[in-house]
Design a protein around this ligand. Structure first.
Ligand SMILES: [Cu+2]
Length: 163
């Protein structure tokens, strides 16, 4: 009994260990594949977004598609004057997708040009034109204003209409 046991314990004893190891490997590999598959399907949007960013950066310098897209939208330029406490003109209308280029000259006083919805926030040095460019990527009526003190309430504001 002891001999048989030892034989049984020795010879097949290696095989179960090997088998066990193989089974473990298979479980790890299969499990890994499953997990990666689940991650892929689950994070598809994330992956796309992550891939899209570098792809765009690579594509932009040499691509014709992006220039075609740019050709569809226009750059709309406006010359504005501002001071205490006004913007002239105080209404700007563009089309959705337009690139809006504002040249704002501060005639006097400390003023800022702000459009919250487009992350525009620029200090306007006195006496020289300041260029502000952003893409009108959403439809709506937005306010541009000066963020210094009470200037906005005192009338230093205007309307941006995007159709
Ligand atoms: Cu101001």
């Amino acid at each position: 009994m002891e001999e048989k046991n030892s034989i049984v314990g020795n010879k097949p004893g290696l095989n179960p260990m090997l088998l066990g190891g193989l089974v473990l490997l298979v479980i790890i590999v299969v499990g890994g594949v499953y997990i990666s598959l689940q991650r892929n399907s689950g994070e598809e949007k994330m992956d796309d977004a992550e891939k899209a960013a570098p792809a765009v950066m690579q594509v932009v310098p040499s691509s014709s598609p992006s220039s075609v897209m740019k050709a569809e939208s226009a750059t709309k330029s406006f010359v504005l004057e501002t001071g205490s406490f006004y913007f002239t003109p105080d209404k700007i209308s563009v089309k959705k997708g337009d690139t809006v280029k504002l040249t704002v000259t501060n005639k006097g006083g400390m003023h800022k040009f702000v459009i919250d919805e487009f992350q525009v926030k620029t200090l306007l040095p006195t006496g020289k034109p300041t260029e502000i460019t952003f893409v009108a990527d959403k439809v709506g009526t937005f306010e541009f204003y000066c963020a210094i003190g009470q200037h906005r309430v005192m009338g230093q504001k205007g309307t941006l209409v995007i159709e």
